[in-house]
Design a protein around this ligand. Structure first.
Ligand code: ADP
Ligand code: MG
Length: 499
């Protein structure tokens, strides 16, 4: 084995009560592509963002080539020889391509207080050409380019100066096959130069093909580091999930016919600037998935179905013809909604679990003359909190004290209590640990079998593939494709119509 490049030692990091990284230690070597894998929310980005100065870790050390580093921002990280292509958009609007590439390092082009833009553009164009990205021009404003091209700019920005470590955080999801090939070339080049790539991807075949070594995180814990040549996909899944992955993680059936009965009809729905001309039917007992990049408009589709969109055009109607144009009507007609932004939009933080669960069922719980009974509310909340096996001290506990997974259970308990027939679940398992995820998947499966209909919006392609009868992919505010449930479906089929 070659020399150690980076020692990660006892690194911990929390966000409020979420322990995103718990005492993580492992080594990364020179001349390797070291993949970092784990379920969504397992702490991958938190680790690499801490390494590259985007976050500050709470404790632990990063030792690079024998010397401890603690960059306070990305420019400091660059100066230590560490760079990152972030999971989100990593270029800044209002700057040119060249200004983005050399962001924080403009000094090189300043002579006697004057920035030599021509020299900077010339160098940036040379780099773009060297990388084979000639169609991107150094002097153009970066916002004139699409997401993929902007990712290519980030590749140049993160690698042109020959860093010792380059982090690539879920970049391939945003790239076309062609863009991926370009990225792979750069990864191989960096490795051959004796430097190191930390590669984050949830495409396991890609991880196995591209990496030398793989480290698995689960729920903020370090699990294991393995050689890519000595493990297969199933082995990796087992490490990620913590046990044998059997068919019942997601639902296991294929080929079941979905009812023809339409329970909700969405026609020509437009929300200016967000979604355009969205038309689809939701069937009884169906789980209908919506996937896409986070800015694709899919989250707005969920809001529109719940009457929660501002300035919506087109129609959302139920089977009996009832139009859904506002939230009270939606709730009255048994529609449930969980938001991607759970803490701000789904839950009332400074209230008890009980108050949160009874919220849409107050009419049902009211006694004569509209009187509310404490006992009745408490029993009701207890029943549905227990049905979701919510971990809590009592239903009088404030929801703000619960973990993300248990908050989500409270949100779902609320809608099960309300006996909703149509559930619009936006990112229902976001940032939730694996056990609670499985509980939610099983709940969804039970609900669909009992004739409830579910719209599942998710940025996690695997759970869409695993759970949905049908998947609609959104791109730039429009429906870009629709795919039926299929055991052969893989993420690439979806990604192709996302970007
Ligand atoms: P991964 O990249 O493996 O999907 P992350 O590192 O993004 O996971 O997240 C790990 C955990 O930390 C999750 O529970 C996530 O919700 C939480 N988290 C990450 N970033 C933040 C943040 N800026 N604020 C609050 N919580 C965060
Ligand atoms: Mg991440």
């Amino acid at each position: 084995m070659s020399e150690i490049r980076l020692q990660v030692q006892h690194v911990s990091k929390s966000f409020g009560i979420t322990k995103a990284l718990k005492d993580v230690s492992f080594n990364i070597y020179k001349g390797e592509v070291h993949a970092l894998i784990g379920e969504n929310g397992s702490g991958k980005s938190t680790l690499t963002n801490s390494l590259t100065g985007i976050y500050q870790k709470d404790s632990g050390t990063f030792i690079l080539d024998g010397k401890e580093i603690h960059p306070k921002n990305q420019v400091e990280a660059n100066n230590e020889g560490v760079s990152i292509i972030v999971q989100e958009l990593g270029t800044l609007d209002g700057l040119t391509v060249a200004e983005n590439i050399f962001l924080g390092h403009e000094d090189r082009f300043v002579k006697m207080g004057i920035k030599n833009t021509n020299a900077m553009n010339r160098e940036a164009n040379d780099l773009l050409k060297k990388y084979g990205f000639d169609r991107i021009k150094a002097g153009d404003m970066v916002e004139n380019y699409n997401f993929e091209d902007r990712k290519l700019v980030e590749i140049v920005k993160a690698t042109y100066f020959g860093p010792k470590i380059v982090v690539i955080d879920e970049t391939t999801t945003a790239l076309s096959q062609e863009g991926r090939e370009e990225l792979y070339k750069q990864m191989n080049r960096i490795r051959e130069e004796g430097n190191t790539v930390i590669f984050i991807s949830h495409d396991l075949p890609e991880v196995l093909r591209m990496s030398d070594t793989i480290t698995v995180l689960r729920d903020g814990d370090y699990i294991d580091t393995v050689k890519s040549s000595e493990i297969d996909e199933d082995g990796l899944k087992k490490l990620m999930v913590g046990r044998e992955v059997t068919g019942d993680y997601y639902r296991a059936d294929y080929g079941e016919k979905v009812s023809d009965e339409v329970v909700m009809s969405v026609k020509n729905v437009t929300v200016p600037g967000l979604i355009e001309n969205i038309t689809f039917d939701l069937h009884k007992g169906e789980i209908l998935g919506f996937g896409g990049l986070s800015e694709s408009g899919m989250h707005e589709v969920g809001k529109a179905c719940f009457g929660a969109s501002f300035d919506r055009q087109g129609t959302v109607t139920l089977a009996d013809g009832t139009p859904i144009n506002d939230i009270p009507t939606a709730i009255k007609h048994s529609i449930a909604y969980t938001s991607k932004d759970r803490d701000n939009e789904s839950i009332v933080m400074n209230q008890s679990i009980r108050d949160n669960i009874v919220l849409p069922s107050l009419d049902k719980l009211a006694g004569p003359a509209g009187m509310q009974s404490d006992k009745k509310q408490k029993d009701f909340a207890n029943k549905f909190a227990a049905e979701m096996s919510t971990k809590m001290q009592s239903v009088e506990q404030f929801v703000s004290d619960l973990s993300g997974g248990n908050k989500q259970k409270v949100v779902l308990a609320r809608w099960i209590g309300a006996d909703s027939d149509i559930l619009v679940l936006d990112s229902p398992t976001r940032g939730i640990d694996i056990k609670v995820k499985q509980d939610i998947y099983q709940l969804m499966d039970r609900m669909r079998k009992s004739g409830k209909s579910i719209i599942m919006i998710s940025e996690e392609l695997m759970e869409l593939i695993g759970m949905c009868d049908r998947i609609i992919i959104m791109k730039d505010g429009k429906i870009s494709s629709e795919l039926p449930r299929d055991p052969q479906m893989d993420e690439n089929a979806l990604i192709a119509s996302m970007v």
